[in-house]
Design a protein around this ligand. Structure first.
Ligand code: ATP
Ligand code: MG
Length: 427
C-alpha cells in the first residue's frame, strides 16, 4: 500500500458517516430549540488567535499546534479548538454591536487539529460540536448552556453522565489562589513532573490539570479554589448551583477541575462517562465554561461569553459501546431491472421519474445479466423490484414486485412514472 492516511486521522466511510450525520442533525435540532444559530469560521487562523487565548503554558500551545508559515510568510495554525476562531469572527464582524440582540448564541461543528499521541478517542484530526453565548454575565446562561449539553446527550441516548462543575472565580480570586497554590507546590517541586516544574511559576493552575500520576497525588491535597473566591465570584457560583437544582440537573462540584485552556473563568463544567470503550475511569466527552475577557483579548469590547465543546469521536465510541440505536440509513425502495437490449432508456427514465416522486431508486450500470441484476437488488435490500423486459417494452408496461411478500403486478409504465404509491396500493 503506497498511500496511507496521516497518523491520527480517520476515514469516515459509508455506514459510519450516517451516524455522524445523525448526531449532527440531532445537535442542530436541539440547538435550534434554544435559539442557537450556526456559525462557520475558517479551519485555519493566525497563530496568534490561538496562542493569545489558549495560554502559553497550555498543552495546546506548547505541544499540539499544527502551525506553519504560508507562502506569504504568515504564521498560521490549523484550529486546535473552536472558541478562539468564533470569538475572532464575533469581534471582526462586530456582532457585539447594538444592532445584534444579546445574548448572541451560535454553534459550530467541524474538524479540529492537535498534534497528540493518537489512541482510542484521541486523534490528531478530531471533530467537535460546540456552542457559544455572548453578552450575558448571568448565571442563568451558564446553566442554560449546561442544560442544553445535557439535553443533547439525553437526546442521543447517553445515560449515566456525570456532570462536574467548578468555578475559577474572577481575576482577584485567581491571583490569590495562584499564590496559595505556589506556596503549596513549592515544597513538592522535586517530585513534580517536568511539565509541572516548568508550569509551577508560570501558571500553577495548569499543574492541577496534569495527567501525571505523581502530580495528581500531590495535587489531591492542594488548597481548594473554593476557599479563595471573592464575594462576587462566590455569589455567581452559588446561583449557578441553585439554578441547576431548580432544573433538577444532578452535578458534583470538583474543586480540582481547571480545564486545559487558559481563557476560562467563573463557571467551568465537564460531562463525563465511565465506559471501557473510552479507557479507564471517567472520560470527558463534553466540556466548557465561562470566558469573560476573551472577546476583549481579541480586540473587542468587554463582553461576557460561555460555551462548551463536545468531542464527536468520543461520543460515537460511547454510543456504539452503549448499543444506542441509530436510525436506519436511507433504504433502497425500488430497484429497476432491464432485460435485453433497448431497455436502457426506459429503465433510466423510470428511475428518474421515481426519484422525482421522492422514491429512493436505482438500477444497474454495469451491463449485468438479468440474474445478476436481481441478485444486486437483493444485496441492496430493495423493497420493490421493477422489471422491464422485451414484452413490457413492447406493451409499455412494467412489472412491480414486493420483495417481502412476493406479490407482483404488471401495470402501464406511465402509472409508475406518475404515481408509484397508487400502484403499490394495488399490490
Ligand atoms: P483532554 O483532557 O482529554 O485532552 P481537553 O481538555 O484537551 O481534553 P477540550 O479542549 O476541552 O479537551 O475539548 C473538548 C472535548 O473535545 C473533549 O472533552 C474531548 O471529547 C474532545 N477532544 C479533545 N481533544 C481531542 C482529541 N485529540 N481527539 C478526540 N477528541 C478530543
Ligand atoms: Mg487535551
Amino acid at each position: 500500500m503506497r498511500y496511507q492516511r496521516p497518523k491520527g486521522t480517520a476515514d469516515i466511510l459509508p455506514g459510519e458517516s450516517e451516524r455522524w450525520a445523525y448526531v449532527e442533525n440531532v445537535a442542530r435540532r436541539v440547538f435550534a430549540k434554544y435559539r442557537f444559530d450556526e456559525i462557520r469560521t475558517p479551519m485555519f487562523e493566525s497563530f496568534d488567535v490561538f496562542s493569545r487565548t489558549s495560554g502559553e503554558t497550555s498543552d495546546v500551545v506548547t505541544k499540539e499546534m499544527y502551525d506553519f508559515m504560508d507562502k506569504g510568510d504568515r504564521h498560521l495554525s490549523l484550529r486546535p479548538e473552536g472558541t478562539a476562531g468564533v470569538v475572532r469572527a464575533f469581534v471582526e464582524n462586530k456582532l457585539y454591536g447594538p444592532d445584534v440582540p444579546k445574548p448572541v448564541k451560535v454553534y459550530y461543528m467541524g474538524p479540529m487539529f492537535r498534534y497528540e499521541r493518537p489512541q482510542s478517542g484521541r486523534m490528531r484530526e478530531f471533530h467537535q460540536i460546540g456552542v457559544e453565548a455572548f453578552g450575558s454575565n448571568e448565571p442563568a446562561i451558564d446553566v442554560e448552556t449546561i442544560a442544553m449539553g445535557m439535553d443533547l446527550l439525553t437526546q442521543l441516548g447517553i445515560e449515566n453522565v456525570r456532570l462536574a462543575v467548578n468555578t475559577l472565580g474572577d481575576q482577584e480570586t485567581r491571583e490569590t489562589f495562584r499564590q496559595a497554590l505556589i506556596d503549596y507546590l513549592e515544597p513538592h517541586f522535586d517530585e513534580l513532573s517536568e511539565d509541572s516544574k516548568l508550569r509551577l511559576h508560570k501558571n500553577p493552575l495548569r499543574v492541577l490539570d496534569s495527567k501525571d500520576e505523581t502530580d495528581q497525588k500531590i495535587v489531591a491535597d492542594a488548597p481548594s479554589i473554593l476557599d479563595y473566591l471573592t464575594d462576587e465570584a462566590k455569589a455567581h457560583f452559588d446561583q449557578v448551583k441553585a439554578l441547576l437544582d431548580a432544573l433538577d440537573i444532578d452535578y458534583v462540584v470538583d474543586a480540582t477541575m481547571v480545564r486545559g485552556l487558559d481563557y476560562y473563568n467563573h463557571t467551568i463544567f465537564e460531562f463525563m462517562v465511565n465506559n471501557k470503550a473510552l479507557g479507564h475511569g471517567y472520560t470527558t466527552i463534553c466540556a466548557g465554561g465561562r470566558y469573560n475577557g476573551l472577546v476583549e483579548e481579541l480586540g473587542g469590547p468587554d463582553m461576557a461569553g460561555v460555551g462548551f465543546a463536545l468531542g464527536v469521536e468520543r461520543l460515537l465510541l460511547l454510543m456504539a459501546a452503549s448499543n444506542v440505536e441509530f436510525p436506519a440509513a436511507h433504504h433502497l425502495e425500488a430497484y429497476v431491472v432491464g432485460i435485453g437490449e433497448g431497455t436502457d432508456a426506459a429503465t433510466l427514465k423510470v428511475v428518474s421519474k421515481l426519484r422525482s416522486q421522492d422514491v429512493v431508486a436505482d438500477r444497474d450500470y454495469l451491463n449485468r445479466k438479468p440474474k445478476a441484476q436481481f441478485k444486486t437488488a437483493d444485496k441492496f435490500n430493495a423493497r420493490y423490484t421493477l422489471t422491464i423486459g422485451q414484452t413490457e417494452l413492447e406493451n409499455k408496461t412494467i412489472n412491480v414486485k414486493d420483495m417481502a411478500s412476493g406479490n407482483e403486478v404488471t401495470v402501464p409504465v406511465e402509472s409508475v412514472e406518475k404515481d408509484f404509491n397508487a400502484v403499490l396500493e394495488t399490490l
